[in-house]
Design a protein around this ligand. Sequence first.
Ligand SMILES: Cc1ncc(COP(=O)(O)O)c(C=O)c1O
Length: 408
Amino acid sequence: MIPDPLAQLPDYPFARLRTLLGDTPPGKPPVDLSLGEPQHAPPAFLTEVLDRNADGWRAYPPVAGTPEWKAAVCGWLARRYDLPEGMVDPAAVLPASGTREALFALGQLLLPAGLAGTGGADGTGGTARAPLVIMPDPAYLPYLGAAVLNGATPWPVPWSRTAATGGFPSLPDTVWEQARMAYICSPSNPQGTLVSREGWRRLVEKARATDTILIADECYSEIYDREAPAGVLEAVRDLGGSLKNVLVLNSLSKRSNAAGLRSGFIAGDPDLVAAFARMRAYGAAGMPRPVQAASAALWNDETHVEENRALYRRKFDLAEKILGHRPGFRRPEGGFFLWFDATGLGPSSEAVALRLWAEQGVKVLPAQYMMVGSDSLPEDRMRLRIALVATEDRLGEALERLNSLQPA
Ligand SMILES: Cc1ncc(COP(=O)(O)O)c(C=O)c1O
């Protein structure tokens, strides 16, 4: 028997896109800009380090992470966010086999239908509050899965409206009081907007005041246009350094073009990290030792990250050159998506995505497939998410084709 909550979830966006496009042939040689899968090469030393550590394939991976991996992650966090020595110590970081699984598994840890309700793995003895999970709308949908599959109620925040408050959502206090978790993504997927340092500070303070767990998804933090995005840990530092109620996740998928490595981390509140580690001992796959070694080498190197960022900037330039004149165009501050306004090109974002494929062979994700709330903002409904991942030639060609679509 498939449990009921699963039926409440829509199919995952890419499955919906496959269904939408069905057997429709592409109007021109296909270019796929639907998936946020980096196409730049990871640095060559990645495979060298994997090979040098091949001995580790025999061993079961330590769920808590090797000392070298932990030192690399703590060192990177301290350098990137200018943190005082020891603010994030090795006990406060855990490997995640890609951040997606950790973002999802946190629901199991923190929500009443998961461990918290059966005694409280986090030491709270469980919670009697009606569980809400605050999340952006549109969203990366594992947040929605984590909430719904653990019996909680998603509380979508129309994310485009948070620009004026630096990413601090305007919500009634009663919502914060009933919320167990708040997922906040910066740079945001899909809009590419940033939470400011002040925004993070207000979020941390509000989360603590209402005993909500703030989950900062920063997996696009190293792909940015002009200004390095502020991180939640800077706000934590400014507030005195206590990690209470705060978890941050980051990943090598985008930073190092290594989505296939499945390597990320979760860091923050030592009590929550310890509880997560205890839960993971029962069921997590663990990050293989060679992957931990290669990940440590990647976190210790910034040269390849700077090169990668420069490549994305050229793609932002290209997109602005081709599409910048269109109403509603916004160059993203971070991440690698365009949140393209398709108003006038069809009756819905889904219809435009189908049309773009059928006429021009360009595959993109309709806004509708990332929506969490039924009353999502009208200005978001006609958007397409366009991943600026293809090579410059192919990307330029695809964006020109998009630009040539005639009003419907
Ligand atoms: C917003 C957001 N968070 C997290 C992830 C997960 O990345 P990974 O599991 O590769 O670390 C993605 C991947 O596309 C994403 O878009």
